[in-house]
Design a protein around this ligand. Structure first.
Ligand SMILES: Cc1cc2nc3c(=O)[nH]c(=O)nc-3n(C[C@H](O)[C@H](O)[C@H](O)COP(=O)(O)OP(=O)(O)OC[C@H]3O[C@@H](n4cnc5c(N)ncnc54)[C@H](O)[C@@H]3O)c2cc1C
Length: 431
């Protein structure tokens, strides 16, 4: 199957990403009377937090956004994955096995974030999963009731995941947060201006019940044969073991920057660089939500609305009333970032034989002495497998301080029958 021109589409405003930021952008842009397309690679809209909740939203915020979307006029393109750029103003997407060209006057990138995984002995064992990953599997039917689960890593997502798994009947064996208690207390005290966040935190804690939440503790080894049996944890002084069926483990989130990068948008240390109106450094290309820097739900919604106004109306001033809300949400995001900063000890968990790049089976020992991401790729094939460094790129950036470097199409694996078409259509050439 090659380029299916019958499915090509053209929009005034094209939004990539059907999470909270992309949904808010779509509602706003369609309210301006523009022809809007909303693309997401999943069959359902909602993004990481609300996927599959259209008919039964889990929160008041989700209900409002799904209702607004329901009333809006736009074309939804679910199950459609952007894989490259044909030319400025036209993206290449893969949907149902064929390639499609999607053209736009203005583009809003709301590609979200993914979990950060750090290598430690045993982290590739079956049943060691991303925290959000296990939550997503439980949401889509993985039978978790009666299974014992350790939740570990870092960030507020751990609490949300633990609450969800408990609701599904999992037996929580503890939540282990690597950030020290002193930082969490300071963060908590700083929340006095954010009553809604305090009540969210209390609500989550209430849902989790008597389960132990321990700060300043992190996993050092996942132990098992064919499958996980227990997890070794440490507080830096002693090591102890907890038996479990699953380890749900993530060390925070990293933005999905492949698409902004391939479009030529400048990328800063936290994410895609945007101006006051969410415009990237590329004309008519806007970015909103976690792809501009990890900041949580409220920030994604405000940024989505601002981008929607700016991209659709050509009069970004209409979004001026939202700027204060967004900036307050950004301050909260910065506080989160500082409070849950990853400790240095996590850089030294992997042993020489611990796999770092799980696509190409590259162990930590093979990366010792490599000077950069490119050097590691050339000498060891680290980051050259199917996920194209999505997992190990962020890990080695934390472990070794390596920059990811250039991104090449296709940004997601495509059917082999479409590969030649991607290369002949894409604005940038393959290696
Ligand atoms: C695994 C995971 C679980 C999470 N669970 C929770 C939770 O339980 N509670 C909570 O408060 N927060 C959770 N978060 C954080 C939450 O996702 C953010 O706070 C925020 O809601 C992100 O909104 P967004 O619209 O920026 O991105 P997202 O919700 O991530 O949406 C981005 C969408 O874009 C799609 N996409 C990306 N690239 C392409 C492409 N090239 N082509 C087509 N589609 C593309 C993605 O598949 C995704 O559906 C989770 C995050 C992750 C990564």
């Amino acid at each position: 199957m090659f380029l299916d021109v019958s499915k090509n589409r053209s929009f005034d405003v094209l939004v990539i990403g059907g999470g909270p930021a992309g949904m808010a952008a779509t509602v706003t842009a369609s309210g301006e009377g523009r022809k809007v397309g909303l693309v997401d690679d999943n069959p359902d809209l909602g993004g990481q937090i609300w996927r599959g909740e259209r008919k039964k939203p889990s929160s008041a915020e989700a209900r409002v956004v799904f209702e607004e979307l329901q009333k809006s006029t736009f074309e939804a393109l679910p199950g459609t994955r952007i894989v490259g750029l044909v030319r400025p103003g036209t993206l290449l997407a893969e949907a149902s096995g064929s390639l499609v060209e999607l053209s736009y006057q203005s583009l809003i990138l709301a590609t979200g974030a993914r979990e950060l995984f750090l290598p430690f002995p045993g982290w590739t064992l079956p049943n060691v999963m991303g925290a959000g990953g296990l939550q997503a599997l439980a949401k889509s039917g993985l039978p978790i009731a009666g299974k014992s689960v350790v939740v570990a890593g870092s960030g507020p997502l751990l609490l949300a995941v633990a609450a969800h798994l408990k609701k599904k009947g999992a037996i929580l064996r503890g939540i282990f947060e690597q950030a020290p208690l002193s930082k969490l207390v300071k963060f908590g005290l700083g929340l006095w201006t954010e009553p809604s966040k305090i009540s969210q935190a209390i609500d989550l804690r209430w849902q989790i019940g008597a389960v132990r939440y321990r700060a300043g503790a992190w996993p050092v080894e996942a132990v098992g044969g064919e499958v996980l049996r227990s997890v070794k944890l440490t507080d830096g002084k002693k090591v102890w073991s907890v038996d479990c069926d699953y380890l749900a483990c993530g060390f925070g989130l990293v933005p999905n920057l492949e698409l902004p990068a391939i479009l030529g948008c400048s990328i800063g240390p936290g994410g895609t660089i945007v101006d006051e109106w969410q415009q990237t450094t590329v004309e008519n290309v806007y970015c909103a939500g976690e792809a501009t820097g990890v900041g949580g739900l409220d920030l994604s919604l405000f940024e989505g609305k601002i981008a929607g106004h700016a991209a659709a109306s050509g009069r970004p001033d209409k979004a001026r009333f939202l700027l204060n809300y967004r900036d307050k949400a950004r301050r909260f995001a910065r506080a989160l970032d500082e409070s849950f900063a990853l400790r240095d000890e996590l850089r030294h968990l992997a042993k020489a034989d611990t796999i770092v790049c799980r696509c190409e089976d590259v162990p930590a020992g093979a990366l010792a002495g490599r000077t950069s991401w490119v050097d590691a790729k050339l000498q060891t094939r680290c980051g050259m497998g199917p996920c194209q460094g999505r997992i190990c790129g962020a890990a080695t950036s934390f472990l070794h301080g390596w920059e990811r470097g250039s991104v090449r199409p296709p940004i997601f694996p495509v059917g082999v029958e479409n590969l030649a078409e991607v290369y002949s259509n894409s604005a940038s050439s393959p290696v």
